[in-house]
Design a protein around this ligand. Structure first.
Ligand code: BDR
Ligand code: CA
Length: 319
């Protein structure tokens, strides 16, 4: 079984991704680390605890993480996408469990050091906790198995702004640090998540499963569907966070290409845009390409077998 920590800002699609991971026999979830993002850190943490309650998995630790981006203040999240409570205004009662004493970044460092070469991290929110973990213990670059992130848009438009994807936009400084580290990193961004659509028929099918967690996720999902209807004139939804779990379960469904990446960190129209460099062969001679020089190659998902991903997602949710 793959040892996995999910760094997350639940979030309706985060909840679906966590549900999928909990149901996957192939994955051993060692903990959920939380980060501000879709809503504030108190809500993302209590949502993570409640998701585990509904799954009957309070044995899994939750470690509370960053309240703010590295250099700025939390800007209020996206309640119009995920509801004021981050779970589609379902307002479930608070969990009786609480987060562990360790901060998310300390939890990440501790587990990576304890199981060298074994821990995979699925990052489903802003990359603040990961950047902080790297600053706390740079050795984790060599000791982590791999990082798979939901975020960024390499060759397509953004969703938070025309330029940028929401997780990168929320903390571009952290993203630029994480993309610059020397570890195995895969980006599952809008280039593939916007090609993977969970239709209203798929959602109706998934809703036939009546486990407590599935009932909750499907109830919250109505809010998420309404957002997509208003914002994108779609009956279904794009498959963002669950795509990371799909990648971890069957990476043959994704086509990847390797690029050095920079993230726009200035507070301008392009804030949070992920910029891959196509590696022009004369790049050493071009001063304009200096920012990309000596940056590690990031595995960018550029295409996807969307039908098979949707089938995989449904098979893992409908238990
Ligand atoms: C990402 O932004 C958040 O709203 C979702 O949970 C997902 O992680 C999609 O851009
Ligand atoms: Ca998320």
């Amino acid at each position: 079984m793959k040892k996995l920590i999910i760094d997350t800002d639940p979030g309706i699609d985060d909840a679906m991704a966590i549900q999928m991971a909990l149901n996957a026999q192939e994955l051993d979830i060692m903990g959920l680390t939380t980060v501000f993002g879709n809503v504030n850190i108190d809500l993302t943490t209590s949502n993570a605890l409640r998701i585990l309650d509904l799954a009957g998995r309070n044995d899994i630790a939750v470690a509370k993480g960053a309240e703010h981006p590295l250099k700025t203040k939390f800007a209020g999240g996206v309640p119009f996408v995920h509801g004021d409570d981050g779970q589609g205004n379902t307002y479930k009662p608070a969990s009786k469990s609480s987060a562990v004493e360790l901060s998310a970044s300390a939890f990440l460092v501790e587990h990576i050091l304890r199981y060298p070469g074994e821990v995979t991290i699925a990052a489903l929110g802003p990359l603040t906790n990961l950047a902080m973990a790297l600053q706390m213990e740079p050795q984790i670059q060599q000791l982590v198995k791999e990082i798979v992130i939901m975020g960024g848009n390499a060759f397509c438009a953004g969703n938070a702004t025309p330029a940028a994807e929401a997780n990168m936009y929320s903390d571009p400084e952290a993203a630029d640090i994480v993309f610059g580290a020397d570890w195995s990193l895969t980006m599952v961004g809008l280039d593939v998540t916007h090609k993977t659509v969970l239709s209203k028929h798929d959602i109706a099918e998934i809703s036939t499963s009546k486990t407590p967690l599935n009932r909750h996720v499907m109830e919250a999902y109505k809010f998420y569907q309404d957002f997509f209807k208003k914002a994108n004139k779609m009956d279904g939804t794009y498959l963002h966070d669950a795509s990371v779990i799909a990648y971890l379960l069957d990476r043959s469904l994704y086509q990847t290409a390797a690029y050095p990446i920079r993230v726009e960190t200035s507070d301008c129209l392009g804030k949070g845009k992920v910029w891959p460099s196509d590696g022009a062969s004369d790049q050493e001679e071009r001063p304009a390409l200096r920012p990309w020089r000596n940056r590690p190659l990031v595995n960018v998902c550029v295409d996807v077998n969307a039908k098979e991903v949707i089938d995989l997602v449904k098979s893992k949710l409908m238990l």
